[in-house]
Design a protein around this ligand. Structure first.
Ligand SMILES: [Mg+2]
Length: 209
C-alpha cells in the first residue's frame, strides 16, 4: 500500500512549495525550456479542480510539448495553487492530479519534466497566508528555480499561459517571449519592447528557436 501522504510530502521544499523532477535533467543543460502554466493551458481552468476526475485536458497543448520533447527542451510546469493554501485540496490530491495529467500526456507519448507549484496566497490558511510570495506568479521564483534545476538557457526560453501573471513572471524571469492561450484582453498589455507576447496559434515553429 502506497502512502500518498509520504509521497507528496517528499516533494515539499517548504509548506507551500512543491517541486517534482520527473527524470534526470543533465541533457537539458544550456537548452531553452518550455514553461507551461497548468490550468487554462494543459487542462481547462474549471476553478480549483480537486480530483483527477475533474481534469479536462486541452489537447492543443500536446503538439507544443511534443515539439519541446523532440528538441531536447525541458518542459517545466509552473502553477499557482492557492486552492491548496485556501484548504480546497491537499498536496496529496494535487499529486494525484499531477500523476493523472502525466498519464494522460503519456497516452500521447509526450512528457513533462519538472512540476513546480506554489500554494502561498494572502487569503490562504496558515502557514500558507503569505502575500506576494516570491514563488507565486507574477513573481518569477518558480521559473527561476525550474530553470536552475534544468540548467536552462532562460534567454531562449518561452512561457505559455492564459493570465497576465504568467506573462509578467516570464518577463521578470528573463525569458525570450510569452505565448498566450485563451482570450484575456489584459494579457497583450503585459508585453514590452524586451518581451513580446503573442497569441498561441498555428505558427508555433519558432516557439523554441
Ligand atoms: Mg492559468
Amino acid at each position: 500500500m502506497t502512502d500518498q501522504s509520504t509521497l507528496a510530502n517528499n516533494h515539499l521544499e517548504e509548506p507551500g512549495i512543491w517541486v517534482r523532477v520527473n527524470r534526470p535533467l543533465s541533457d537539458f543543460k544550456g537548452r531553452p525550456a518550455l514553461f507551461l502554466d497548468r490550468d487554462g493551458v494543459i487542462n481547462a481552468d474549471t476553478g480549483y479542480p480537486d480530483s483527477p476526475e475533474k481534469i479536462i485536458m486541452i489537447e492543443r497543448v500536446v503538439p507544443l510539448i511534443r515539439h519541446a520533447n523532440r528538441r531536447g527542451c525541458a518542459v517545466i510546469v509552473v502553477t499557482n495553487q492557492s486552492g491548496v493554501g485556501r484548504g480546497f485540496l491537499s498536496w496529496e490530491t494535487f499529486e494525484a492530479i499531477t500523476d493523472h495529467i502525466d498519464r494522460r500526456l503519456a497516452d500521447y507519448a509526450v512528457r513533462i519534466d519538472i512540476v513546480l507549484a506554489c500554494a502561498y496566497h494572502r487569503d490562504g490558511r496558515p502557514p500558507f497566508d503569505i502575500d506576494d510570495h516570491p514563488m507565486r506568479k507574477p513573481n518569477p521564483g518558480m521559473l527561476l528555480r525550474g530553470g536552475a534545476l534544468a540548467g536552462s538557457d532562460m534567454t531562449a526560453s518561452t512561457i505559455v499561459g492564459d493570465r497576465p501573471g504568467d506573462m509578467i513572471a516570464g518577463r521578470r524571469a528573463g525569458l525570450k517571449c510569452g505565448w498566450f492561450a485563451g482570450d484575456d484582453p489584459a494579457i497583450a498589455a503585459t508585453a514590452d519592447s524586451t518581451f513580446p507576447v503573442r497569441p498561441l496559434g498555428s505558427d508555433n515553429d519558432d516557439l523554441l528557436a
